[in-house]
Design a protein around this ligand. Structure first.
Ligand SMILES: Cc1cc2nc3c(=O)[nH]c(=O)nc-3n(C[C@H](O)[C@H](O)[C@H](O)COP(=O)(O)O)c2cc1C
Length: 180
């Protein structure tokens, strides 16, 4: 089972990257695309963009993925521009019937839910199966000096991954056999 972690934080030292790296360390079968690292030009729809190494890398990883963890920082009450831009390169071919676990990384003022809901709406548009369990990570969830997640949020992220794996298995079956 291939799980792609798509981290939408554009800041190299941001908490989204930290959470994404924690997740990637949990399991060998997971690939990480970190948009603070893989910098994409603004999607234009021009054919020449399909030949850019960064775009090829994103598309190849999304095509291979059986399921996704999508992480977005909350910026101004919504998802990051970097994540939305990356998703604009990908159509429903990359997502249909694949399970997606959603995580928002917010500022701690009870934010995050709008970002989760926006991601959920976009996933529906891409025909993905955004699973019911979701997570908001606030600054108090992290130890930034040690670049780690604290124990309780780490446990929650592990549970999210367990549930994603269940739905991902179902998605693999559905894509093999078709919907009955
Ligand atoms: C441009 C900008 C806008 C932000 N807007 C919000 C917001 O609307 N709600 C919120 O809870 N936090 C907001 N924050 C705080 C971030 O969500 C928080 O710093 C989080 O750690 C961002 O993820 P990152 O560290 O990966 O960049 C904002 C931060 C920035 C830089």
């Amino acid at each position: 089972m291939n799980i792609l972690i798509l981290s939408g934080g554009p800041r190299k030292t941001g908490r989204s990257a930290l959470a994404a790296n924690y997740l990637a360390s949990l399991n060998d079968g997971m690939e990480l695309i970190d948009l603070s690292d893989l910098v994409l030009p603004v999607y234009s729809g021009e054919e020449e963009q399909n030949h850019l190494p960064e775009v090829k890398k994103l598309k190849e990883a999304a095509r291979k993925a059986d399921g996704f963890v999508m992480i977005s920082p909350e910026y101004h009450g919504g998802i990051s521009g970097a994540l939305k831009n990356a998703l604009d390169y990908l159509g429903s071919d990359y997502f249909a019937h694949k399970a997606v676990a959603l995580t928002a990384v917010a500022g701690g003022g009870k934010g995050g839910i709008n970002t989760l809901n926006q991601m959920r709406t976009i996933m529906r548009a891409l025909y993905a199966n955004a699973i019911p369990k979701q997570l908001v990570l606030d600054p108090h969830c992290f130890n930034r000096e040690e670049k780690t997640l604290l124990e309780e949020p780490a446990r929650l992220i592990n549970e999210l991954l367990d549930e994603l794996q269940l739905y991902t298995k179902a998605g693999i079956q559905i894509r093999k056999e078709g919907l009955r």
